[in-house]
Design a protein around this ligand. Structure first.
Ligand SMILES: [Zn+2]
Length: 490
């Protein structure tokens, strides 16, 4: 049978100076209700069996004083201030290392004094604290308490103890070599002298004789109890997707910095992300798009799909009108440089569409071209529309060689057609496989792209302007625009 049920066992446990919840823990009681009930009815009343003045030797008061409503109130206040809209919450406590040493001491002591102790599965302090406090904290902030594995909103409550370092110092005496190594290998141990795992390993490799000689055995009542010292909240990232048009030829997709210096004011990313970060109360964000266009290339049509990852957002629920409002704010702030549509919250798993689209989806372009040398013949221009699935060999363009490795890759121009503007100029419409260097296909990049418009037309050609007409990726889903967010025609 599990648990310590003899009066001998009781008296050994009582002589240690355990609080009521630690008494339950060390007798292996796993009925969560028992941990909660105590707090509701008796938390403020010291159990008659135990001395009122002493703080529990096992939990330093965490399951004793710190489960009281007056203490929980501080956590609730911090949480309310943090103002997260998540309907669910998972609470956890981070504990002083001294508690680990004390637990080891108690277990050594009980193993020696009580034969029945080896059958007891001691309830960990963290678990008992959760049973006693989680639900109460959740209710006080109008959220549902849930398990950490499935919950997006995690709250870590710091528990500190003024004598922590002092009580840990015996470890340094016993395991001086290990501490020396930790001090030297700062990077490996992240500069931390005491970690949960490290301490556990050291305690397990300490003989009982060493332990009894150097540590408090069995542990005695602490001079001061542990206390709560702030909460750390974190919410899993949320993702907002949409499509953007870029109407400016002087705007990069992401901030354009060279050696830390800005080359161009603003970017699509900043125009979009700033509004989303502010609205979701997220400190930063990550912008991902289905491919990218050059600074001087416009993106027209239905635009380019993108998604923004917003880490640790405080606000995560939006009704459709809020999304429309955010979209409107982006578009107004962009003053015609860009236009965003189809703004919506997506699930992280949907990002795969962006990644896949980047590789596999085709795009259509319109290029404004000039014939520099030679005669532009109608028959040659007209013949372009007969060419389908033209495979290009493209060496990494000179203009991007400084940031991409030299390679030759094959890309396909699926179809194209040209319209003459006058004797020198023509418009080229083409649909290409994702990743085709279109500018290089037009001017040939000193023969690094083959075939190219010069070889096809038999004249020297350059490109003056390029627009992306469509990105053929049917994601994210279309959202019917409202009157308040008129979409420019392009
Ligand atoms: Zn206790």
């Amino acid at each position: 049978m599990e648990g310590i049920e003899t009066s001998d066992g009781d008296s050994v446990l009582q002589s240690l100076g355990l609080c009521k919840l630690c008494f339950l823990r060390y007798t292996g009681v796993r009925k969560t209700q028992e941990y909660c009930t105590i707090n509701e009815s008796e938390a403020d009343e010291p159990p008659t069996k135990y001395r009122k003045e002493d703080t529990c030797v096992a939990c330093l008061g965490l399951l004793q004083h710190l489960t009281k409503d007056s203490e929980i109130k501080h956590i609730v206040e911090d949480l309310s201030k943090a103002n997260y809209d998540s309907p669910v919450i998972t609470c956890a406590v981070s504990l002083p290392i001294a508690l680990q040493i004390r637990a080891h001491s108690i277990e050594l002591f009980l193993s020696e004094k009580l034969a029945s102790f080896e059958r007891v599965k001691v309830v960990p302090i963290k678990e008992a604290w959760k049973w006693a406090c989680s639900q109460r904290i959740a209710s006080a902030v109008n959220k549902e308490s849930c398990s950490g594995a499935t919950c997006d909103f995690l709250v870590n409550i710091n528990v500190e103890y003024s004598q922590d370092l002092k009580e840990c110092s015996a470890l340094e005496q016993v395991h001086s070599l290990k501490f020396e190594e930790r001090r030297k290998q700062k990077r490996k141990f992240h500069g931390q002298l005491f970690t949960r795992q490290g301490v556990e390993g050291m305690l397990n490799s300490t003989t009982k004789e060493e332990f009894v000689a150097k540590f408090d055995y069995p542990p005695t009542a602490p001079a001061e109890p542990a206390f709560y010292n702030g909460v750390q909240c974190s919410h899993n990232a949320i993702f907002i997707a949409g499509r953007y048009n870029k109407f400016s030829r002087y705007l990069s997709q992401t901030p354009w910095l060279v050696e830390g210096e800005r080359r161009m004011e603003g970017s699509v990313q900043e125009l979009v992300s700033k509004v989303l970060e502010e609205h979701c109360t997220s400190k930063n964000s990550k912008f991902v798009a289905s491919g990218r266009e050059d600074v001087d290339v416009r993106t027209l049509g239905r635009g380019r799909p993108f998604a923004v990852e917003l880490p640790d957002p405080h606000k995560t629920f939006f009704d459709p009108s809020e999304l429309v409002m955010m979209q409107k704010l982006i578009n107004e702030g962009a003053r015609g440089l860009i236009h965003v549509r189809d703004l919506q919250r997506i699930h992280k798993d949907e990002l795969v569409h962006l990644k896949m689209g980047e590789e596999s989806k085709s795009k259509s372009y319109e290029a404004y071209c000039v014939c520099l040398e030679g005669e532009l013949l109608d028959e040659k221009l007209d013949a372009l529309s007969n060419i389908k699935n033209l495979v290009l060999e493209q060496k990494t363009p000179i203009r991007v060689l400084h940031r991409r490795p030299l390679a030759t890759r094959n890309r396909t121009v699926l179809q194209m057609s040209a319209t003459r503007v006058d004797d020198k100029f023509f418009k080229l419409c083409l649909e290409t496989q994702a990743g085709t260097y279109v500018k290089e296909f037009v001017h040939g990049d000193f023969g690094r792209t083959n075939p190219n418009m010069c070889t096809l037309l038999g004249v020297s050609v350059d490109i003056l302007a390029l627009d992306v007409k469509q990105v053929f990726l049917d994601w994210p889903k279309y959202i019917i625009p409202t009157d308040s967010d008129s979409v420019p025609v392009c």
